[in-house]
Each structure stands twice: as C-alpha cells, then as structure tokens.
Design a protein around this ligand. Structure first.
Ligand code: GLC
Length: 745
C-alpha cells in the first residue's frame, strides 16, 4: 500500500473515531415528551431506588438462560427491580405490578418483557420462514398481532426483532433472524419494529421492541453459538450493522447486547458500540439492556476480575439494564462511593428507563395491560389464526418439483410418512413465547385430513424417528407408500435442533432419514418431500432422488393446514430463500453477495478458485424458490445509460406468468459495482417486488434506484457512491444473469 494511502486511512480512522466519540460526548440522552415528569421523579429518588431501576430479574414462567433463583417478589417490594422478563398473563402481571406500585416508596411501575419472537399465543412461522415470504406488510402485521396478544397478557416489551445477519447455517439461531442479506434484513427489521411498536406506544395494544443482538452475534467462528466474532471493520459495517441501524432509524425503543466480543471487546462492555456508534452516530435514544447474565460473563471473557469490575465496565460502556447478573444492584453503589461510576451516569440510565415507562402509559395506568376481559377477547381470535395460516403458506419455498405437486384432490389414497408428519410440538419451532406446543398446533397429517376429509384413504407411518438409526419402521412405511396413489414424506429436524445453544457441526438430515427417503421414493415415485427445519440443511442426496421438495420451516400454529393448502394446490407457493443452502458443510460460509477475487472460477483454467470435490455454486441460492407456474422476464431496460448522483434511475422489466397457475413472483433487483476503490460484491440486492399475476397475465415493473443504492464504505471508510460502471440484474433469484448496465458519473 502506498504511503499516501496509509496516511489517508490513518487520518480517516482517527477522524472517524474522534468524531464518533466527540458526537457521543456532545449527544446527551434525547429529551422525552415527559422530560419534566421524569426529572421531577429522579430528583425524588434515592441512589438505591435509582440503581433498583437498572436491575432486571427473571420470573419463573419461562427459562431462557442459566437459572438464577431469586425471591423476586421481595426484591420488587424492596424497590430493587425496575424490569422483569419471563412473566405474563394479565393476572400474574397485575400481581407483580401491584408489588411495585403499592409496596415501594415511589410506586414506580415495573416494565415486563418477554421473548415474543414469532407470535405470543398464535404462533407464526419461525422468523427465517417468515422472511422467505418477502412480504413486508405480512411481516409487520404478524408482529402487530403478536403485540396485540402479548399486551393483552400484561407484557409491555418484547426482546425482538432479532436481526442478526447469519451466513453460517451451523449456527442454531439462523432460525430466529431474516437470513444473510443486510439490505433485506434492514427492510424486515423496520417492518418488525413498526409492527410491535405501532404509531403510539401508549396504546394498550402496542409494545416496546428491542433490536438484538448488538452486534454481529450471527457471525460466531465455525457457527458455534456464543463463540468469538472476529470481523474486519469493513465487513462489520457493510454486512452486520445495517439491520441494527435500520431498527434504530425505525425508532426501536431498546437494544440488547450480544454475548460476543467485537474487535476484542465484549459488546456488553463496549463503549464504542453504545456511546460512539449507536448513540453518537445513529442517534439511538432508547435504553440498552444486556443479554441474559452477560455482565457476569465479562469475567469469563477475561476483561473483568469480578462482578464489581464487570458492572463498572458495563455501566460506563453505556449499558442501562442488567439482565439477571445482579451486578448493578450489588455493586454500583460501592462503585459510586469509589468514584469509578458517576451518579450522573446512573441518572442517564434511570432517565431512559423511566422514559420508556412513561411512553408506555404505565404512570397513567400501571394496569392498562392487565385486563383479563380483553385478554380473553384478543388472544387467538379466528382472524389471527387465519392470518397465521396465511403466513404459513407464504413461508413455504418450493425447492424442486418434477410435476408432482400440487397433488390432485381426486386421489383415492395418500400415504403420509416421516418423523415430522404428525408432531404437534415441532410445528411451531423454537422461541414460541406462550404458544401452546403440545395440543393446539395442527400437524401435517391433521392438515391433510382436514383438507381431504373422509373421501380419500389416508395411511400414516412414521418410518423412523427424527434422529434414529433404527429401521424398524421402514417396512410399514414402504408398505403404506406402495399402496398409495401419492406420498407425502415429512423430514427434517425436531424443534430443539436449532435455536439458542443448538449449533450443529454437520447439517445433514439427522439419523437415517435419507435412507428412509431412498426406500419410500423407490416404492413410489409420486412422492413429495416436506421439509421442517430451523436452518438450511445439506440435502444434496435428497435433491438427487426426490421428485419434489417443499421447504416449510416450522410453519406455526396452523402449520398443517397451511402446508396442506400448498400441497393440494389451494395456494401456489411463492416463498424465496433468504439464506443460501450449501451443497455440503465444507462450503460454509457461502452466500450470494461474495467477492469476485483475483482468480474467479474458470473451468478452463486450473489456477482459479474452486474445490476439487464440489462445485462452487450452492445447492439453492439466495432468492430462489419455484412456483407451480412459470414466470418470464423480458424487456429489461434503464431510462438512462448515464446518471449523476442526483438522478433517479428507472429500471423497467416486463414480467409474464407463462404457466398454468395464477401465482405470485418475487422479482428481485441486484446491482454490481464493477470497479471500486475497494473490491465490491458480484451482486447486491437493492430492490424487490412481490407481484401476483393470473396465468397468462403480464405486468410492467419499475424499480427506482438512487445514489443511496450505490453507496458503500469506501477505501477511507466514508460512506457513499463512486463513479463508474454498474450492472443491474433482475430475476427470480440471485442466480439471475438477466442484466442491463449504466454509468454513474
Ligand atoms: C437469551 C437470548 C436472548 C433473549 C434473552 C432473554 O439468552 O440470547 O435473545 O432475549 O436471553 O430471554
């Protein structure tokens, strides 16, 4: 690197950190509309009461981390608790609230939070599945429904949306996010925040949201949950930070620290992250809570000698609420006496927490979310359940179909086989809040029976267990398959094989499911595979032998009915993958927006980037998903071949439904910046439109691109575009090569 370049980078980095830090010092907590009330209340509070607001304890209605037994009721009455998690129902929430309002000197209401990740009682497809709908309105409405139900059960706050970009499906929490792409992930983050928080937090059917886990929790080395994250500054900014920023720009009220470190400093004690970046540069004006016992874990990270040290680090880094570690409540008073923490810093945190409580209307009426009558009226209504069924359908991604699906309803018999064919507990996946796991979910077998009634002979055989090597059930399953007109074979992971602390080093179908597939498909070629899983799986063998494969993720409370709607053609699948399916685990990390490198694969040149045992291409790429119909893209054009930074580029394309079914297509637009001051990805998603077309129908689509769409972190880490040639790709997946081009002057 030339000396001058180094000097530019060095100066820019200094400036960047300096202005970042300077902004942080300049930027005080944003004034709330309740500024006067908050300041008056703070002026009355003792130091103990202030520190009490910073302490979060877990109730015992769910377990979402290492259990720390506390007598939280006594602590609440003693004014030592400001927020709680894992406590709900209108009745229970009322009891806890009464302890705080009636038993403490100032009667400050509690804030009750819960992991309402993809529904509260009515459970929607797992978030990764929901993201495959590419339907921002649907995603927002699902969050709004979740807020409606949670708020009816005493909950003020959800620890969602989880927006961690993930490109390693070994990591179990890919199920909880929106896949691999920062641009799409940012759109979805906004939709979820808006769905939870609505227009007015003081309404009793909206709840505070929480963007998590800040930052880059989805990038653990080797895909092993809680492992170290080690990224370049550029990758952090280009790939992992955008969805958190999008949530902040959408007005998210809280943010949660990630367990991991960034650049050697754990997020829970990372001043740059909270004070310089989120508050200083992004203008975040909510409060920061740690993840579960994360302050205590600073000791194991090796940045604190004991919980006292850890608490000082965390509070001085800008963290406001201590989830379950009890470091703040037990050590901050001493730290203030020792002059290691200022009371002004404590007041800042108290202000932010009280601001949320005022904005939720809890000081007007602490019991506004504890109405047992409303609770009965609002939860799991017919409309909500129907919407969950729609979401289940839209989340389905058709990965392969040799004209096997949809099945006719005029069949005489069907065999429903597999470890995931009749399992209520797996239908709703992980992170299911107060969702009923064991009685309410509609299994696939039940959904098929609901669809076909008694006119069709339905044979069921489990065949094998989800993670078994026993073939005892094969014979019965093969017999059922041989007798049936068509076969549904439901394979995948059980719900506890993904989510938190559930990383897998190999992501094949578990157990002997592949062998069961061999046997069933040999017995009956009219077999469709239904996948239920929380992550991409390496299913090359299944793709080689199966006539049809439908990815359904965990489709939610109405999952069986939703999948049956798709299998029997009452709904034409329209889902598109938001995360790449690798051919094998050796390809990971593999994602569409990769760099070209200096030696891109060239089959006629030995010395180019490749494996000798597998193609570079994924099994299924980002943005991919089939339909029962076909779509054709024509007449791709740009309205200008040269534009300035001030111009808007209009990209036109004509989309036609050229098949025999009405259906929806997600038309995607990608750009490529051919030459930059740094290397640029071969594609970047910058637009999509989900369009429903009747068979034979045609529609002209227009995408509008501005300078913002061409911007990136340039060589000196400033954000903006650079003049040069760009290619534009439009199509039904990131693999499209249908392109046009333009010059940015
Ligand atoms: C868990 C998760 C976090 C969740 C929190 C509270 O450890 O990491 O996503 O919100 O604890 O349950």
């Amino acid at each position: 690197m030339k000396r001058i370049d180094f000097a530019i980078i060095f100066m820019a980095t200094i400036m960047y950190f300096f202005t970042g830090c300077q902004d942080a010092n300049k930027k005080k907590t944003v004034k709330s509309g309740y500024d006067k009330e908050i300041r008056e209340l703070i002026s009355k509070m003792t130091l103990d009461e202030k520190i009490g607001q910073l302490n979060m304890l877990s109730g015992d209605w769910s377990v979402t981390g290492p259990v720390v037994r506390t007598d939280f009721k006594e602590d609440i009455k003693a004014g030592k608790v400001g927020t709680m998690l894992n406590a709900y129902t209108a009745k229970h929430a009322r009891k806890l609230m009464q302890l705080s309002v009636d038993s403490t000197r100032l009667g400050i209401p509690l804030l009750l939070g819960y992991d309402v990740i993809h529904g509260h009682r009515t459970i929607f497809p797992i978030p990764l599945g929901e993201s495959c709908t590419w339907d921002l309105d649907l995603i927002e409405k699902a969050a709004q429904i979740a807020a409606e139900e949670a708020s009816a059960e005493g909950i003020h706050w959800t620890f969602a949306p989880m927006v961690d970009i993930a490109r390693d499906p070994r990591w179990g929490r890919v199920m909880e996010g929106a896949g691999e792409d920062p641009w799409l992930g940012s759109q979805i983050a906004k939709a979820r925040v808006n769905g939870f928080q609505g227009e007015d937090l003081s309404l009793n059917n909206t709840i505070l949201a929480c963007v998590k886990h800040v930052a880059a929790y989805g990038a653990p080395i080797a895909g092993r949950d809680y492992n170290t994250v080690d990224l370049s500054e550029r990758t952090l900014f280009e790939t992992y930070l955008p969805p958190y920023r999008a949530a902040v720009e959408a007005g998210v009220g809280t943010a949660m620290t990630a367990f991991n470190e960034i650049n050697g400093i754990p997020c829970t004690s990372n001043h740059w992250l909270w004070e310089d970046l989120l508050r200083g540069q992004w203008g975040f004006d909510g409060f920061v809570l740690t993840d579960y016992t994360a302050i205590l874990e600073l000791i194991k990270h090796g940045v604190a000698n004991d919980l006292y040290d850890a608490s000082v680090l965390a509070i001085n880094a800008g963290v406001d609420v201590d989830m379950v570690s009890q470091g703040f409540i037990n050590h901050l008073k001493k730290a203030i006496e020792n002059g290691e923490v200022s009371e002004e810093r404590i007041n800042q945190s108290v202000y932010r927490i009280l601001k949320a409580k005022f904005e939720l209307g809890l000081f007007d009426d602490p019991y506004r979310y504890c109405d047992t009558v409303r609770e009965k009226d609002v939860v799991m209504t017919k409309e909500k359940v129907e919407f969950a069924r729609k979401a289940g359908r839209d989340a389905c991604v058709l990965l392969k179909n040799n004209n096997v699906l949809p099945f006719s309803k005029n069949i005489k018999s069907i065999a429903v086989i597999g470890p995931l064919a009749d399992t209520k507990e797996d239908m709703i996946g992980a992170w299911t809040a107060a969702g009923d796991r064991y009685t309410r979910p509609v299994t696939l077998l039940e959904g098929i029976k609901n669809k076909l009634g008694t006119s069709v002979k339905i044979r069921y055989a489990k065949g094998t267990d989800y993670n078994s090597w026993s073939k005892d059930g094969f014979r019965e399953a093969v017999k059922a398959a041989k007798k049936a007109d068509v076969v549904i074979l439901a394979l995948g992971e059980n719900w506890q094989m993904s989510s938190e602390a559930q990383s897998r080093s190999m992501i094949d179908l578990p157990g002997n499911q592949n062998e069961l597939a061999d046997a069933i498909i040999k017995a009956n070629m009219n077999t469709a595979i239904i996948l239920m899983n929380g992550r991409p799986l390496t299913i090359q063998h299944l793709d080689d032998i199966a006539p049809a494969i439908l990815e359904t993720w965990y489709a939610g409370t109405e999952g069986g009915n939703a999948i049956a709607d798709v299998i029997f053609g009452d709904y034409n699948p329209s889902g598109k993958l938001t995360i790449t399916f690798p051919r094998n685990v050796g390809q990971i990390p593999i994602f569409y927006s990769h760099k070209n490198t200096g030696r891109p694969f060239n089959p006629s040149d030995h010395y180019t980037s490749k494996y000798i045992d597998v193609p570079n291409s994924p099994l299924y790429p980002f943005g991919y998903g089939l339909s029962y119909t076909t779509f054709q893209y024509e007449q791709l054009s740009v309205d200008k071949t040269e534009i300035s930074k001030q111009d808007t580029l209009r990209v036109n394309v004509v989309l036609t439904n050229t098949g025999n079914y009405d259906g929806a297509e997600v038309a995607q637009l990608y750009i490529r910046d051919l030459v930059g001051s740094v290397t640029r990805p071969v594609k970047e998603l910058r637009g999509f439109q989900k369009i429903f077309l009747k068979k034979g129908a045609t529609k002209k689509l227009t995408f509008l691109l501005t300078d913002k769409d061409f911007s990136f972190y340039r060589k000196n880490m400033t954000y903006g575009s650079e003049p040069g040639h760009f290619e534009i790709f439009v199509g039904g997946s990131s693999a499209t090569m249908y392109k046009s081009s333009f010059i940015l002057k």
